[in-house]
Design a protein around this ligand. Structure first.
Ligand code: NOJ
Length: 507
């Protein structure tokens, strides 16, 4: 009898503290993320000038799936107090947002001519967050290059690093007393490969042979210059950190064959290594296997030299080690084959250079975005790989999330399931010793999803874009995320009682 009682007590105790060991650390930063062009609107007010998305959506509206643009978007330029209220409703610790370069510097070649209205807007936003103890994490560049700089060649102009450093200094000077987490660039791959090496992001240059590689070089130099501007002239007094965010989806081999393993490695180098190795690897410079392939194919095709530019020793050393943390944007995975599932790519181009096939098993659930499938353990696979490749690196997951369609409504169980699985995978990576400091869900609210316009929705909050107020309403996943943030535990059975948000004043 005693024994039964004893066993019963043990079972009850275990039940009262389910998965007690699977807790997120108390100092783990939970947040959400957005970007200026995707939410702000106010595209031509108070002195702001055009950026490449304003320019492209106005001059070539047909390239956007629903012919829309970010002119108004979620109107956060005017709704920022409601945004912060939503952060408080969720009880999050941090918020990742980005600065609009051309709102701060309407003439980006005149960095001493700062637009006070732009500075005021970001001051108000940041101060409103700080009032409620929400840590701002600020991205300097989330794809909205001032159009004037694009007219001069943008990332392909060797002056780009200097332009970026000038802008970065203005940002540190004005906001670094309160912002302690800076990210120079969001997703170099999407900037360089999609914007310059193909035509799936502004400025849709489609210079397939050299666009990606040249852009990568000047982006990395701009990053390093902005990093050292911070380290030398601001960090000593401001005491913050400066890193970079790189999209790091998982690419594993389709089979265990040596060919497939090499193909997967080449794919990883093409997708992230190109931007991460020069900063985080022990050797510095662009990844070796990818450089070799591009050099060989360039010479075979009659180019004078490799289409992948070299760094001087001085440049290589400047870039190497130029980050206090690695921001990871992670969403999905693919399996890579050396021989199967190949598709046509323009020749020459980054994808033709690596010449590998991509497979995504049909049982991986589809989101509304064709690139985003629900892939098991992908956070763990990517993060443990990065941790082993770049030991002693501090990571933040700066984006992770799931898309559905505009008519999906507020009951988004698919998104909750995705977040729970991804966060369990984060816990697995933490347990494996990966130093992950925080997690930002993409996104706080629905927003302008680039070439997909408003057709794909990533928000924890739904935005009614037809309403004047751009009304925000929490989806069910917002309540699920809120409970994880509050309890630091993932309860697979948690069901919100009703879908009404409140602010926990204790937070
Ligand atoms: C990455 C980008 O940084 C963000 O702007 C975009 O909306 C999400 N992924 C979803 O595609």
């Amino acid at each position: 009898m005693k024994l039964i009682l004893y066993i019963g007590l043990i079972i009850a105790a275990c039940h009262a503290h389910p998965r007690q060991e699977r807790r997120f650390p108390d100092d783990f930063l939970f947040g959400t993320a957005t970007a200026a062009y995707q939410i702000e609107g106010g595209y031509n007010v108070d002195g702001k000038t055009d950026n490449i998305w304003d320019h492209m959506t106005h001059t070539k509206p047909h390239v956007i799936k629903d012919m829309s643009n970010g002119d108004i978007a979620a109107n956060s330029y005017y709704n920022y107090k409601r945004d912060v209220e939503m952060m408080r409703e969720l009880g999050i610790d941090a918020y990742r947002f980005s600065f609009s370069w051309s709102r701060i510097l309407p003439n980006p070649l005149a960095p001493y001519n700062v637009n006070q209205a732009g500075i005021d807007f970001y001051n108000n936003y940041i101060n409103e967050m700080l009032k409620y103890n929400i840590t701002p994490m600020a991205t300097l560049y989330h794809w909205d290059l001032p159009q004037k700089l694009q007219d001069l060649g943008g990332f392909l102009n060797p002056l780009f690093p200097e332009w970026f450093e000038d802008y970065a200094r203005v940002v540190y000077e004005n906001f670094g007393d309160r912002v302690k987490l800076f990210i120079t660039f969001n997703e170099p791959r999407e900037i360089c490969f999609e914007g310059y090496g193909s035509s799936t992001k502004a400025p849709i240059l489609n210079v397939t042979d050299v666009g990606t590689y040249l852009c990568a070089k000047y982006l990395l130099l701009g990053h390093a210059k902005a990093y050292y501007a911070y380290v030398n002239d601001f960090k000593p007094t401001q005491q913050g950190q400066c890193g970079i965010t790189i999209s790091s989806n998982w690419f594993g081999p389709l089979t265990d064959s040596e060919e497939d393993q090499f193909a997967a490695e080449l794919k990883r180098q093409a997708e992230w290594g190109l931007y991460a190795d020069p900063i985080f690897s022990e050797e510095g410079g662009f990844p070796k296997e990818l450089s070799d392939v591009v050099a060989r194919k360039s010479l075979d095709m009659g180019y004078k030299e490799s289409r992948m530019p070299e760094f001087t020793d001085e440049e290589r050393q400047l870039i190497q080690g130029s980050a206090d943390f690695f921001g990871v944007n992670h969403y999905t995975a693919s399996l890579i084959s050396a021989t199967e599932y190949k598709t046509f790519y323009p020749v020459p181009s980054l994808y033709a250079d690596i010449d590998v096939g991509i497979y995504r098993p049909p049982e991986w659930l589809d989101s509304a975005s064709d690139w985003l499938k629900f892939a098991p353990n992908s956070v763990y696979n990517a993060l443990t790989f990065l941790h082993n490749k770049y030991p002693n690196t501090e990571f933040y997951i700066t984006e992770n999330g799931w898309s559905n369609y505009p008519d999906a409504g507020l009951i988004d169980d698919d998104r909750s399931t995705y977040y729970r699985a991804a966060l369990n995978s984060v816990l697995d990576a933490l347990e494996a010793g990966v130093n992950i400091k925080g997690y930002m869900a993409w996104s706080l609210m629905d927003n302008f999803e680039w070439m997909e316009g408003y057709v794909e929705r990533f928000g924890l909050y739904e935005v009614d874009f037809t309403s004047e107020a751009k009304t925000r309403t929490p989806r069910k996943s917002a309540f699920v995320y809120k409970e994880i943030v509050r309890s630091r535990v993932i309860d697979p059975d948690y069901e919100p009682e009703n879908l009404t948000m409140w602010i926990d004043e204790g937070h």
